[in-house]
Design a protein around this ligand. Structure first.
Ligand SMILES: [Zn+2]
Length: 291
């Protein structure tokens, strides 16, 4: 009897080991590169799949579609700034020639501090932010940032859209007046001069090009593929059209101070599936992401 129980026990353990762990029923595995910290972008890959393979990856209750490019599944995954530090399961589902593969791995997200700032605003300034048109503009921008264009090749690492000093960093927690809830600064502010050229930091499709929004002024949104987008606020002018393909280094507009801006600068933000991520990390993407 005890021997029988031992046998069952060993069988059970083997079962858990074979089917309960990360690559249980799959010949594939998930490669994740990047910094496992709050506010980061992760670069997800599944290598060696067939041309027909498609799939999704789920992290922190959000599901993202993979893009199949030359037998590799690619997508980016955002770790939002407010993500709680701790362990998270990343689940992958792949469909290929009628077969389904599911597997997961656990990653540990660490906290990261980007600094804090206290700001005092007048009632007039605050009223601008409460304008319902500002909410509609924000919705339209977010919608554009969720655009999911495929098959855009990355020539090289991202480049800065304009040279200049960073006047406000990414991820800064800003406390307004006595509101205990901070607003994260979702991009970087680059101080510059009126009329200076702003260039595409990477090949992209222009998904939004709009002038004179109440808060953000003249705005461009680019889609770089694989879930990665970028946003340009307070521009002086626009020299591209919605739907247009732009190459890395191509002029898309000029520096200005449109909307709620106090001087010529560019607010530049990068996104993964509509979630703001650390722009500096796009200057060091994995080499497998560059053609
Ligand atoms: Zn800004």
């Amino acid at each position: 009897m005890t021997r029988y129980l031992k046998f069952v026990f060993v069988l059970l353990i083997s079962f858990v080991f074979l089917f309960g762990n990360s690559n249980g029923n799959s010949k594939y595995s998930l490669v994740l590169k990047g910094e496992f910290t709050q506010g980061s972008i992760l670069f997800a890959e599944v290598n060696g799949v067939s041309q027909e393979a498609k799939g999704t990856v789920t992290f922190n209750n959000n599901e993202y579609d993979f893009e199949n490019d030359k037998n590799t599944l690619f997508t980016s995954i955002p770790v939002g700034l407010p993500t709680k530090p701790g362990d998270y399961k990343v689940d992958v589902n792949i469909e290929e020639n009628g077969n389904k593969y599911s597997f997961s791995r656990t990653i540990s997200i660490k906290s990261k501090s980007y600094g804090t700032q206290q700001l005092w605003m007048s009632e007039d300034q605050l009223a601008k932010y409460d304008n319902p048109q500002a909410d509609r503009d924000n919705d339209a921008i977010l919608e554009a940032l969720k655009s999911d264009v495929e098959d855009i090749e990355w020539e090289s690492q991202f480049i800065k859209p304009v040279q200049g000093r960073t006047s406000t960093g990414y991820g800064l927690r800003r406390y307004y007046n006595d509101d205990p809830e901070p607003e994260f600064h979702k991009g970087i502010d680059i101080a510059s001069w009126n009329g200076y050229n702003v260039v595409a930091p990477q090949n992209a499709i222009v998904v939004m090009a709009k002038e004179n929004l109440i808060l953000h002024g003249t705005v461009i949104v680019l889609d770089h593929g694989r879930g990665v987008g970028s946003l340009y606020l307070h521009l002086g002018s626009i020299s591209v059209k919605e739907g247009q393909y732009v190459k890395q280094g191509q002029v898309i507009g000029t520096i200005g101070s449109s909307g709620a801006s106090t001087g010529p600068h560019l607010h530049w933000a990068t996104y993964s599936h509509g979630v703001p991520v650390n722009p500096w990390q796009l200057f060091a993407v994995p080499s497998s992401w560059i053609k």
